[in-house]
Write a protein that binds this ligand. Structure first.
Ligand SMILES: C[S@@+](CC[C@H](N)C(=O)[O-])C[C@H]1O[C@@H](n2cnc3c(N)ncnc32)[C@H](O)[C@@H]1O
Length: 197
């Protein structure tokens, strides 16, 4: 345990279920989104929840807001979007817990130039056990992933789809990071400076 008791973890879960703003931070998230000019695009919201961000995104483009009521679990629904060959200008993953299960599929759901935004709970203030810790090592290559670890793992994953990732904004909001990446599709021949014969 790192600064959290089992009881406080249960309280956190209960308040999250009750959609308490203290665990969503909609004002801070929207203030960060306002730094970007997402106009007239296709926007995908994963774990759209009670729609705090949906209201804002609706003023910016056509929003696919994945709520359990409309789409079932986002973990499954995201694969249906891939099967339907949907692509987006903005993908926002605002899950409780870690976004890991949405990778690498999100990189197949992007237009040529796209932004990826996601919430990552900061390790060190969360209740860790050995299994979670090993998962971090397996997935993020570190027991305490830093923004650099996350960016490194995602950069390699994105390159499988010939997408070059750049971190354009990182904001700490209480116990989470909100990370914004620009993802640009590149041509394999340009990337490798190799000519197709
Ligand atoms: C961090 S909140 C999202 C907040 C949202 N972006 C907003 O601004 O209102 C995560 C939400 O995802 C919902 N959720 C939990 N499990 C889910 C799942 N498997 N698929 C889709 N949504 C889920 C929760 O009920 C919760 O409302």
């Amino acid at each position: 345990m790192l600064g959290h008791t089992k009881e406080s973890h249960h309280v956190t879960r209960r308040l999250q279920r009750a959609n308490d703003d203290a665990f969503h931070h909609p004002a801070e998230k929207i203030a960060q989104l306002k730094k970007f000019d997402f106009i007239n695009g296709e926007i995908l919201e994963v774990f759209a929840g009670q729609g705090n961000l949906t209201k804002y995104y609706n003023t910016k483009g056509r929003v696919t807001a994945m709520t359990p009521a409309k789409f079932g679990s986002s973990f499954d629904a995201i694969h249906r979007l891939r099967a339907d060959k949907r692509t987006f200008d903005v993908i926002d993953i605002d899950s409780y817990g870690y976004p890991d299960k949405f990778f690498p599929v999100v990189f197949e759901l992007m237009k040529r130039e796209a932004h990826l935004i996601f919430t990552f709970p900061i390790v060190g203030v969360n209740c860790l056990n050995g299994i979670v810790e090993q998962h971090f090592i397996n997935f993020w290559r570190s027991a305490r992933p830093t923004i650099g670890d996350i960016t490194g793992v995602l950069t390699d994953m994105a390159l499988r789809e010939w997408r070059v990732l750049s971190l354009v904004e990182a904001q700490k909001i209480k116990r989470i990071w909100r990370l914004v990446y620009r993802c640009t599709r590149t041509k394999a021949t340009d990337f490798t400076t190799t000519k197709n014969r």
